[in-house]
Design a protein around this ligand. Structure first.
Ligand code: HEM
Length: 432
């Protein structure tokens, strides 16, 4: 027989074998599928729905239109139940909080790389101290149970010991806001990007809380510290500084795009604080327009489009569907913040959504950038303080503008787990 004649049977038997393997996998997946799961889009064998999700960041919104507020998707063999919209998210995270407060076991895990640290050991150990204090490696990824409860209690107590909720904490944030203002002054009317400065300012707040001192933005120890922390714990900083500084960057972007709104905030600052008095959290209740503006930043910017992935801690039910113990649960906060049923013209930046006829601030429970329920953000109070005090101090000192002739930056942002604004330049004009 010829060479090709010899090869064909082998070729076909290989194909038959592959087909058989695929059939077995598909059967196992289908048979292993528990009964009465929420419906969901049909996926590819083995890959599930991962390609559609990668291709289109808005796929969840599209699927929710077809399958409802609770649906099932597969990323490879991993089954994920997606919760879309305020009412079902509240039902799961608040009413059935115990069932929906765990984390999937296969969450990405970063481990400290001791070998590469060399002489930066002191920084390393200080970083580990923060890590043990409120490390997301422990708290964020820990499944629901006694260990997580212990870690969370310890982290909350430690943050309180460091002064959270006390005037001393305000002093630390205000010191940083002043330093940031001084740095901005050095730009002397030139166009600049505030991204790095804002990141340093917010990181410095954590440093002065934990290490008892702040660092100059170009200090090499500070840079080393940030680098080490980046390597050992990015998640702590991701949990804290990234989201806080990104929110502040969005706030300034909206101010340069909406100068009329910036002017109204400044009028309120002037009438409550005047030019010299520093803001304090006590002023918040007297500043409804500023409060409404920051709430609108949280809503529209949607810095956290998704929470950290949850998982069920026991077999449970939701909206009549069965969800087995240990199933990953994706909570789409974006679906709440941009829901046209809740917010007419959802993509319009409009702080007056949160102001009533009497000019008072109206809290809306559907703004949930820090998530809700037992796994809600541990740093919410600190983040809210930083955002209010830094934003107010900056607008008291400067008017932010687009550089002359520069095109308007897009308000759409860059899709991702941390929804960042597109890079933009601004000009800071000192106020008289
Ligand atoms: C604007 C700033 C911030 C936003 C928008 C934000 C948002 C969030 C969100 C959405 C979650 C996930 C909640 C869930 O899974 O349901 C979370 C968790 C967490 N955040 Fe924040 N966060 C911010 C700042 C901070 C800060 C400053 C800290 C640290 C002091 C912090 C520490 C944590 C921790 C430790 C968790 C995990 C809680 C747990 O699993 O029990 N966050 N945050």
């Amino acid at each position: 027989m010829s060479f090709w004649g010899n090869m064909f049977p082998a070729f076909w038997s290989l194909q038959v074998m592959l087909l058989a393997v695929l059939c077995v996998i598909a059967t196992l997946v289908l048979c292993g599928r528990p009964r009465n799961l929420p419906p969901g889009p049909r996926g590819l064998p083995i890959l599930g729905n991962v390609l559609s999700r990668m291709k289109d960041p808005w796929s969840y919104a599209k699927w929710s239109k077809k399958y409802g507020d609770v649906f099932t998707v597969y990323f490879g063999p991993k089954r994920i139940i997606v919760l879309h919209g305020y009412s079902v998210i509240r039902e799961a995270l608040v009413k059935k909080s115990k069932d929906f407060s765990s984390r999937p076991l296969n969450q990405a895990f970063l481990s400290p790389d001791g070998k590469t640290l060399g002489k930066k050991n002191i920084i390393y150990f200080k970083s580990l101290f923060i890590h043990n204090l409120c490390s997301p490696l422990g708290i964020v990824e820990e499944p629901y149970g006694p260990k997580w409860k212990e870690q969370r209690k310890f982290a909350v107590m430690s943050l309180r010991d460091f002064g959270l909720g006390k005037r001393s904490m305000e002093g630390k944030i205000l010191e940083e806001a002043r330093a940031l203002g001084d740095e901005i002054c050095k730009k002397d009317g030139r166009a600049f990007s505030i991204s790095q400065m804002m990141q340093s300012a917010v990181s410095n707040v954590i440093c002065s809380i934990v290490f008892g001192r702040r660092y100059e933005y170009d200090d090499t120890t500070f840079k080393d510290l940030l680098e080490s922390i980046d390597r050992i714990v990015y998640q702590l900083f991701l949990a804290g500084t990234d989201k806080t500084s990104t929110t502040l960057r969005w706030a300034l972007l909206y101010m340069i795009l909406h100068p009329d709104i910036q002017e109204k905030v400044q009028q309120e600052i002037d009438s409550v604080l005047g030019p010299n008095q520093e803001p304090s959290m006590e002023h918040r209740s007297q500043m409804p327009y500023t409060e409404a503006t920051l709430t609108e930043v949280n809503r529209l910017a949607a810095v956290t489009p998704l929470t950290v992935q949850h998982a069920t801690s026991s077999d449970t039910t939701l909206r009549g569907y069965n969800i087995p113990k240990g199933t990953a649960v994706e909570i789409v906060l974006l679906s709440v913040h941009h829901d046209p049923q809740l917010w007419p013209e959802p993509y319009k930046f409009d702080p007056t959504r949160f102001i009533n006829d009497a000019g008072r601030y109206v809290k809306r429970e559907e703004v949930i950038p820090f998530s809700i329920g037992r796994r809600g953000c541990l740093g919410e109070q600190l983040a809210r303080m930083e955002i209010f005090l830094i934003f107010t101090s900056l607008l008291q000192r400067f008017t932010f503008k687009l550089p002359g002739g520069a095109p308007k930056p897009s308000e759409e942002g860059i899709p991702g787990p941390l929804h960042q604004p597109v890079p933009f330049m601004l000009v800071a004009e000192p106020r008289k």
